[in-house]
Design a protein. Structure first.
Length: 386
């Protein structure tokens, strides 16, 4: 298979998948349930006992990239009933209002992320209560020296941050539970681990595309421009996660957004050259130079992520999205969450979609693990070449 040339049949050849997936991204994604269980072992209840004092004015969860998604998970699971704001933060500088009344949770899988270390240091200078989540013996862990912060250890076992979502997010959820801001008991986490294992079995390489929901989604998206819309706060976090995973795993662009906001802007793209105005006859033009012209524009493809808890008005908008897509000759499909608790619902979406992004890479003949542009950026900045 040539890189960039889709091969649908390759997804049902486990040996071919293993040869291309040289660093084992499929296996890493399949460890989601194990990551939850390990977090339950590494973060003991006694470790969090010191956090059960006065309720913070706000919680700021800071992190970048594959570690930063833990902040979005925390906000979605805490939900709109949380009595204080749970704010996701990405960048060097904290908001100006953060101070001694607030809790800052800094997440970095490696423990060496530049932006996260900067934000952590600023939180310590301002006197905020600080919890750090990341590798033992790392610069981030060292911020807890002298009792300045509480460090919660994460062992990624060589997995990249994006493939260690639950190992990073679960400690954050346990912190929120300890300070009384989210109901995430340990037995719920254990059940979530079991559900992640079940979904991993359904999405495994040996399961045929006709029965494998992740492979089916990958085959729907290949060669298209994906638009991924979430019909709830939980589903919108899953949509954002999927767009990021498509970028890193499949080296593939996607656009995401929450319903109903997308109906005030993104939906109009359906009327343009990626939708209704797409030239369906381009491939039939015998005079077209396929080398110089390239493959042409991809067609829009809509994936709507549904939830078991949706505002009725939003649910109607989600249904209408498919009807509008059909009117503008845009293919659409949806994936529905399972469960009642926000964590269960989020896990049911992310588990399938994480696999789908890896399968999309492999269907194109692309190894999902390398992140060469990120490595080049870091090296160039370090050498002053960029």
């Amino acid at each position: 298979m040539s890189p960039g040339q889709p091969d649908d049949a390759a997804l049902d050849d486990p040996a071919a998948l293993a040869d291309l997936d040289r660093d084992g991204m499929l296996l890493a994604v399949a460890t989601a349930g194990a990551q939850v269980r390990e977090a339950l072992v590494l973060v003991e209840p006694e470790t969090l006992a010191g956090l059960s004092g006065d309720r913070p004015r706000a919680v700021v969860v800071t992190g970048m990239g594959g570690s930063g998604i833990a902040a979005d998970v925390a906000g979605a699971v805490a939900g709109r009933t949380c009595p204080v704001p749970v704010v996701a933060h990405r960048g060097h500088r904290l908001p100006g209002w953060v101070g001694p009344m607030d809790l800052v949770v800094a997440v970095s899988c490696s423990g060496g992320t530049e932006e996260t270390l900067s934000a952590t240091d600023e939180a310590l200078r301002r006197g905020a209560q600080v919890v750090t989540v990341g590798a033992a013996g790392s610069p981030l862990a060292a911020r807890s020296d002298g009792g300045r912060a509480l460090h919660l250890r994460v062992d990624a076992h060589g997995r990249m941050p994006r493939a260690n979502l639950w190992g990073l997010a679960v400690p954050v959820l346990m912190v929120l539970d300890a300070v009384g801001l989210a109901d995430v008991p340990r037995d719920l986490l254990s059940r979530t681990a079991d559900e992640l294992d079940r979904l991993a079995e359904h999405c495994a390489p040996a399961v045929d595309s006709l029965e494998n929901p992740a492979k089916a989604i990958a085959l729907q998206l290949v060669g298209t421009l994906p638009y991924i819309w979430g019909a709830s706060e939980v589903a919108s976090v899953a949509a954002a996660r999927t767009a990021a995973q498509l970028a890193e795993n499949a080296k593939y662009p996607a656009v995401h957004g929450p319903l109903t906001e997308v109906h005030h802007n993104q939906v109009v793209v359906m009327a343009g050259v990626f939708g209704a105005l797409a030239s369906d006859g381009a491939d039939d033009d015998i005079f077209r130079d396929r080398v110089d012209d390239g493959p042409g524009r991809p067609r829009l493809r809509l994936l709507v992520l549904r939830d078991t808890d949706e505002v009725p008005e939003v649910a109607r908008r989600a249904d209408a999205s498919h009807r509008v897509a059909e009117r503008y000759n845009v293919a659409s499909s949806e994936l529905r969450a399972e469960g009642e608790h926000p964590l269960s619902r989020l896990a049911s979406l992310v588990a399938v979609l994480d696999f789908a992004t890896v399968y999309l890479a492999l269907a194109q003949g692309i190894d999902p693990s390398p992140i060469a542009p990120i490595v080049a950026l870091k090296a160039g900045l370090a050498e002053g070449a960029l």
